[in-house]
Design a protein around this ligand. Structure first.
Ligand code: HEC
Ligand code: HEC
Ligand code: HEC
Ligand code: HEC
Ligand code: HEC
Ligand code: HEC
Ligand code: HEC
Ligand code: HEC
Length: 500
């Protein structure tokens, strides 16, 4: 318990050394990672289904059964180019995701219901490799309960324990209603994993289980070694690039109190231009030509797009200098993500590399991002802008250090409650990082004054002062009462600001 809580609040302090070690080791282990490291990939690539099996046969049942799927596919580039149901769903009979009970099958083949990126990689190896190198690919791996490291455990506790899903140690009785309920994973399947991804599990006939499927999270882990949901941005069965280029395709995950990128974008000047001049944007092409296909950038322009000489990429981390989601921001040290590659290669999946970014380092990442801006803005404008972003990140880090110092002292003296989520100091510290502090940093980095200030630093400022009040009170009372338990028991309700 103690370990779990510590790791949840001190990711940037205590764990940094572990990050560095695992990063160095992992990049060595995966330096030459290729898609062929997964034997299922070669198996699928070399598999030739019986040429008499056609997508028209599939449609003979599925057109009536699933008219929406049939139409979406009919309207896709895939249909135009002759990529049909068979190319994605027909697999060898002994393939890890084979749905053995499907009514239509042959001697050496059947249908898969769980189609992973191993299938896509047959024809789109570039996109799959870039995705595996990106921070997106650790979305499902880094915190699942299979992941036996302190950070994974802390996140799992949050999902499975504290939210009343399964109950657990250190949690008040009234929040353990589901303890011992074997169906409880189904409830968890509605929460974190729908954005992050999960480990897809099948029954003995190859039919996916309700606890894990359907799931559109960004980095689900499939039985055949596939990682990622290409569906997250290219919804099935249209699989459209035009759809994925629009900010709405990021917005079902990148929103809300803890990473409001949708809202940040909408309240930036770029969002204002987009909302008022939609006809100035042409999403049917990836070519980002100012004045022709766009007037201002959208999410994919800055994070993935080919603009001003930059290549289009499925690695959303290459243009990032800082790590803004961390409790204390640090510079990304280059190197690629490793968690997705580990799963792909059938190796033990650890937390991955939170420092993944541009393999040439943080400055190269920043130069690439500036190269995006300089297709529309002048050099001095861009330089000044980013000097303010960096100052803001450093200011946040300073607040974080103050909070960590107080927390450590309280903890050492037994002045943090066992059920941390009923401890106002712990809650404030969490909000100051996870909600208010992220909003402050994302707001500053992407040009939203409202999020940088009112939803951001203004709230962080209040959090810190309230934490200080609680800290002072507990230290004072400890002197008087001598017993930390008594201090906590007699503590009056403490103010906690709203974190909308
Ligand atoms: C004879 C009718 C028939 C034909 C032909 C047929 N299917 Fe099916 N398919 C079904 C039925 C019925 C189910 C539901 C089976 C079940 O749930 O046990 C199903 C289930 C599926 C599923 C899983 C859907 C889910 O939500 O569980 C996929 C994927 C699928 N079929 C794809 C195909 C493909 C690809 C082809 C062509 C190679 C094909 N089917 C041909 C009748 C058919
Ligand atoms: C480009 C690859 C691709 C093609 C082509 C394709 N599918 Fe799929 N299909 C997928 C993926 C990916 C999934 C989702 C798998 C998952 O969530 O694990 C899926 C899921 C499904 C499902 C279950 C999902 C649901 O909403 O019920 C059915 C049924 C299905 N496909 C039928 C078909 C049929 C019929 C065709 C031909 C008209 C077809 N697919 C063509 C990739 C494809
Ligand atoms: C058998 C080969 C094959 C497989 C398997 C395949 N694709 Fe494709 N895909 C194609 C071809 C061919 C095109 C059209 C390319 C073009 O027009 O330049 C395409 C185009 C695309 C596009 C761009 C569509 C657009 O609007 O321009 C996306 C996105 C895509 N595929 C995603 C996927 C995903 C996701 C999977 C796995 C679920 C997948 N594909 C599986 C062959 C394949
Ligand atoms: C609405 C979608 C969504 C839900 C639900 C969600 N997350 Fe996230 N999470 C995200 C996004 C988006 C990011 C990336 C934020 C960034 O890059 O600044 C993220 C980042 C994280 C990170 C930091 C990244 C890392 O590699 O460590 C952790 C840990 C995390 N989430 C855990 C959880 C847990 C645990 C839950 C459930 C209790 C959860 N998330 C629920 C979307 C979501
Ligand atoms: C299905 C949910 C989902 C969608 C859709 C999605 N993301 Fe993410 N994104 C996540 C999650 C979850 C993370 C955190 C992964 C982690 O660090 O574990 C994340 C992380 C990121 C990061 C930070 C990566 C890093 O290295 O820390 C960037 C940048 C990003 N996403 C951009 C985008 C963009 C741009 C789009 C749309 C084109 C998009 N995302 C669509 C869920 C999503
Ligand atoms: C974070 C959102 C996101 C995810 C996840 C994603 N894509 Fe894409 N994809 C895009 C965007 C945006 C584009 C358009 C890029 C451009 O035009 O520069 C695109 C374009 C494509 C294209 C067309 C490329 C071309 O040159 O025309 C293919 C093929 C493709 N994606 C396949 C995949 C595959 C396979 C996966 C899973 C590994 C995947 N995508 C996952 C956002 C995403
Ligand atoms: C004008 C360009 C631009 C646009 C448009 C934009 N971003 Fe960003 N984004 C940035 C910059 C710059 C950073 C900070 C980069 C750094 O660390 O130096 C950033 C950071 C992020 C992060 C934080 C990653 C981390 O380290 O935790 C996420 C997530 C993200 N953006 C997602 C999105 C999404 C989703 C959209 C659209 C709704 C979007 N961005 C629109 C430029 C942009
Ligand atoms: C495709 C063109 C385009 C790209 C790329 C672009 N912008 Fe902009 N940006 C605009 C336009 C147009 C405006 C509105 C006109 C203006 O105010 O200059 C604007 C406005 C702004 C503003 C608000 C105006 C002000 O004076 O404060 C900021 C800040 C800004 N952009 C920063 C950036 C940054 C940082 C990047 C790169 C990460 C970037 N922009 C990339 C077109 C672009």
């Amino acid at each position: 318990m103690k370990k779990v809580v510590n790791s949840l609040v001190s990711l940037s302090g205590k764990t940094t050394k572990a990050f560095l070690i695992s990063t160095a080791f992992a990049s060595f282990a995966f330096a030459g990672a290729t898609l062929d490291g997964n034997k299922n990939f070669s198996k699928l690539k070399n598999f030739k289904p019986n040429p008499k099996v056609t997508s028209q046969q599939c449609l003979s049942c599925h057109k009536a059964q699933d008219p929406g799927i049939a139409k979406d596919w009919a309207h896709s580039k895939h249909a135009q180019k002759g990529v049909g149901c068979v190319e994605c769903h027909v697999v060898p009979k002994d393939y890890p995701t084979a749905f053995k009970a499907h009514p239509f099958k042959g001697a050496n083949w059947t249908v898969q219901a769980a189609v992973s990126s191993v299938t896509c990689a047959k024809c789109h190896s570039k996109e799959v490799e870039e995705f595996l190198n990106s921070g997106h690919s650790r979305g499902g791996a880094q915190w699942l309960k299979e992941n036996e490291n302190p950070h994974g455990k802390a996140m799992t506790k949050l999902a499975f324990g504290y939210e009343g899903m399964k109950g657990g140690e250190g949690i008040e009785k009234e929040f353990t209603v589901n303890k011992g309920n074997s169906q409880v994973d189904v409830t968890v399947a509605n929460t974190c994993v729908q954005c992050h991804g999960t480990t897809i599990k099948l029954d003995s006939m190859g039919k996916p289980l309700a606890t894990t499927w359907p799931n559109d999270g960004i980095a689900s882990l499939y039985p055949d070694g596939g990682v990622g949901n290409c569906l997250s941005c290219h919804s099935r069965h249209k699989f459209s690039a035009e759809e994925a280029r629009q900010p709405a395709s990021c917005s079902n995950c990148h929103l809300g109190p803890d990473h409001p990128d949708k809202e940040v974008f909408e309240s930036s000047v770029h969002g204002h231009i987009f909302d008022t001049n939609e006809k100035d944007y042409d999403f049917s092409t990836g070519k980002q030509i100012p004045g022709k296909t766009l007037r201002g950038p959208t999410c994919f322009t800055c994070h993935m797009g080919s603009i001003n000489g930059l290549n289009s990429t499925h690695n959303v981390s290459v243009r990032l200098k800082w790590n803004l989601w961390a409790p204390k921001s640090f510079e990304r040290n280059g190197k690629n993500e490793t968690a997705g590659w580990a799963w792909w290669n059938n190796m033990k999946v650890l937390r991955g590399n939170p420092k993944a970014g541009n393999i040439q380092g943080a400055d190269a990442a920043r130069s690439e991002m500036k190269q995006v801006c300089s297709s529309c803005h002048d050099a001095a404008f861009t330089k000044n802008y980013f000097s303010r972003v960096d100052a803001d990140v450093k200011l946040y880090n300073q607040y974080r250090d103050m909070a960590t110092k107080m927390y450590k002292e309280l903890k050492d003296k037994g002045l943090i409650k066992k059920d941390v989520w009923s401890d106002p100091f712990f809650k404030l510290m969490y909000y100051a990082w996870h909600h208010d502090g992220r909003r402050m940093r994302h707001g500053a980095a992407m040009g939203s004054p409202d999020f940088a200030h009112w939803h951001g630093v203004f709230q962080v400022m209040q959090d810190i002062r309230e934490m200080k009040d609680i800290y002072d009170y507990r230290m004072r009372m400890l002197k008087k009462l001598k017993d930390p338990k008594k201090v906590l028991e007699t503590e009056p309700p403490m103010p906690v600001v709203t974190h909308e």
